[in-house]
Design a protein around this ligand. Structure first.
Ligand code: LIP
Length: 300
């Protein structure tokens, strides 16, 4: 119930702050010993990723011993057969350092991302960028907020007062660590379509963190974000933050027989995401047509 979600959210916020302090302390932009995952030169992991994941798993397991856990580094290091599948049990999905490459290079878009799924649906999300000191959080039915040293604000922020359209859109995407042709080609084709066709989007940004890209959608700084090849830990928390900020978050490929975009379920394990911002002050549902149109254009 709502009271439980509040407890889950507040616990995750505390854990994210503690984790963020570790990231902040290690953020010197130069001297990280880097390992590579899956023999891919663009898929990095550092001691900080591992230390932050250990901390998050320990703290959340102490608080909620009956819950399940999926962490990026634990999962990546495990043999496929030993990886935790997402079931109906409450499951925390954690990316200890989303934007590890940014972290290694001293580019200040890096965050700890903590999401909770119940019955496979993302219901709590916390994304904390300790470098810029921005903590984004949301829980189903409780709204989305950003905490900064200046205070707490509800999302979206202004000036996202008009519905999003492709012709006026500032979009975000990532080239991503996955270099398989079936992942990269559709992304590049979409970028080409957006930047070459007249009046098809104003511009594209790539900030290097899926979680923070989704927070940019939630706050209204970008109109939409799409990516394929990402993992559940990159997007679980962000999905809740986008949705609670009045945005839509769906998979890039629609599920078979799906109804309206606004009612589409999202599969966090499906390795893709497409999200569109909400409109500040809009009545629930009043922006659905504009959001669905933009989703359709980006999927086309
Ligand atoms: C990264 C994402 C980024 C994506 C990369 C990678 P990591 O997460 O946030 O948006 O393009 O493929 O997955 O590995 O830094 O946690």
């Amino acid at each position: 119930a709502t009271a439980d979600l509040r407890i889950f959210l507040d616990t995750a916020r505390g854990v994210a702050r503690e984790a963020g302090a570790l990231i902040r302390a290690a953020f010197d932009g130069r001297s990280h010993a880097i390992d590579f995952k899956e023999t891919n030169a663009a898929d990095l992991v550092t001691q900080t990723d591992r230390a932050v994941e250990d901390l998050c798993l320990r703290r959340l397991a102490e608080a909620f011993p009956e819950h399940a856990f999926i962490g990026e580094e634990t999962t990546s290091a495990a043999a496929p057969a030993a990886r935790t599948a997402l079931g109906d049990r409450p499951t925390w999905i954690i990316d200890p350092v989303d934007g590890t490459m940014n972290f290694c290079h001293g580019f200040p878009f890096t965050a700890v991302s903590i999401g909770l799924c119940i019955g496979r649906r993302p219901v709590v999300g916390v994304v904390f960028n300790p470098i810029l000191d921005q903590l984004f959080h949301a829980a189903e039915g409780l709204g989305a907020f950003v905490e900064t040293p200046a205070g707490t604000q509800a999302l979206p922020l202004s000036p996202a007062a008009v519905p999003p359209t492709l012709t006026t859109a500032l979009l975000a995407t990532e080239y991503g660590a996955g270099k398989e042709p079936h992942v990269l080609e559709p992304k590049i084709a979409t970028i080409r379509r957006i930047v070459t066709r007249p009046v098809a989007g104003r511009g594209i940004r790539s900030v290097g963190s899926a979680a923070l890209s989704m927070c940019l959608v939630a706050e209204g700084s970008v109109d939409a974000y799409y990516e394929a090849g990402i993992h559940a830990w990159d997007v679980c928390a962000g999905i809740v933050i986008v949705r609670e900020a009045g945005g839509v978050a769906v998979n890039w490929t629609p599920p078979a027989g799906a109804a309206a975009v606004a009612d589409e379920p999202i599969d966090v394990m499906a390795r893709s995401v497409l999200c569109v911002r909400g409109v500040k002050g809009a009545a629930a549902g009043s922006q659905a047509a504009a959001q669905a149109a933009l989703v359709g254009q980006l999927r086309a």
